[in-house]
Design a binder for this molecule. Sequence first.
Ligand SMILES: [Zn+2]
Ligand SMILES: [Zn+2]
Length: 538
Amino acid sequence: MRVEFLGGVRTVTGSATFLEKDSIKWLVDCGMFQGGKEIEKKNYNTGSYHPRELSFILLTHAHIDHSGLIPKLVREGFRGKVVCTKATLDLCEVMLRDSGHIQEMEAEWQNRKNRRSGGKGTAPLYTVKDAEKSLKYFFTVNYNEIISLTDGLKVRFQDAGHILGSAIIELWVEEGGEGKKLVFSGDLGNSGQPIVRDPSWIKEADLLWLESTYGNRFHKSREETAQELLKIVQEAIVHQAKVIIPAFAVERTQDIIYTLGQFMREGLIPSIPVYIDSPLAISATEIFKKNSDCFDRETKEILLRGENPLGPPEIIYTRTTEESKAINEDKGPGIIISASGMCDSGRIKHHLKHHLWREKSHIVIIGYQGEGTIGRRIVDGAESVRLFGEEIAIKAHIHTLGGFSAHADQKGLLEWLSHFENPQLEVFVNHGEEKVSMELSQLIRERFNLKAEVPLWREKRILFAPEERIITEEEKRELASPEETFHNLFRYLERNYKRLRKKLRRMRSEGKEAHDPQWLEKLEEVNRKMEELESESD
Ligand SMILES: [Zn+2]
Ligand SMILES: [Zn+2]
């Protein structure tokens, strides 16, 4: 069987793995690369398959860094099944639509800029319509049920404890009379995280894809973290100040609502307004309420007592821009939860502009901040950041609370890994910054005596072949020096173009026609790709 690592390797975004056996081709996750122009170029480079050839996309969860390119693949001809849990589909309905909207807005903004400089137009990666169309191909499965996808290919989704609907994927593959088991951790949550159930333990696997977002870090306990948040909110109340929490619309927001609700239920803080200023977070919260069967025991007990774990009465949901702006009129203490979680887009930027320079305001960072994002600069102690073309001084209190993370820390990851029983298990460490993934893979080799490595982007492998051997880091770098690959690809392109022209001349001289529909279709595709590349480099 063949594998190609298409994303989420040596970076946290763009999760995607291509697999092939007996001419059946499929993906596990189909995520979007995020975090700046350079890395986002990879969204146009989807690997050595055609979307039309794929039979399945097995989707671990709804976050855009795992699901975000599905609409693009459908637009390009994917007609297979997107297999996921029901809650994942419900979340994808709002998240992919929202993502399509963002793509359209960004293309429009880029086009305005291009026109001003006399350049050409660019098309969005995909549109809201593409996103809506892609939902038709979703196919939902229950947790814990073994499903036969096709001959010699079975799958089971287990709790990953990361966000609502999130799953670890177990995959049984039979080829040439031999069976192997592949496991994809997806994003793994913390044990004891509110609302969702804890990650399931898996015992069997031949190959494991293991995430490593926090592979070199240790979170404080949830209780300690909740106490820290409580103190921050109490201080803000004394100073009549605001607490700003940038949060991912799905899970982090609901997690914080749950925790603040707990403070209020226990009378630890008075009733102060809590603004949820993100239409996506509001829709996501509705979806949480609809999927209470995915809740853990504690959350179900709150529901049974007739209380609402996701809706203390102090919560004010602001959908429209006017409502959002009106928040700034409120001069008293309050909490503002808004997206995006990495402060790069969305309404959170307005709130940061209003509060970063105020000494009494508190900014509470609870989620992962990717390299190159505004959130990362704030966490790293920058003195100012640029927002809407204006340099804003950072005077507010900045707090980082790791304990609210939806990702397991190093201890959690190793603990989860320790349940595997096969001493021959091989581990691909993914979904982490390069340095972090390397560190974790070394730790796995030392502590568990397992084969563990960090694949390269676009690296291809034959799995379970007898001649398989581990390629050293140096060999990998040589193999994939981006500059060299780039020049080689260009050389091939020129050579192929010349050959094709020659072939056409020969055919014509022999009196044969070359413009049959298949040829035309292929040429159109090549042309389209070239245009895409050309417009990207502007
Ligand atoms: Zn995730
Ligand atoms: Zn992820």
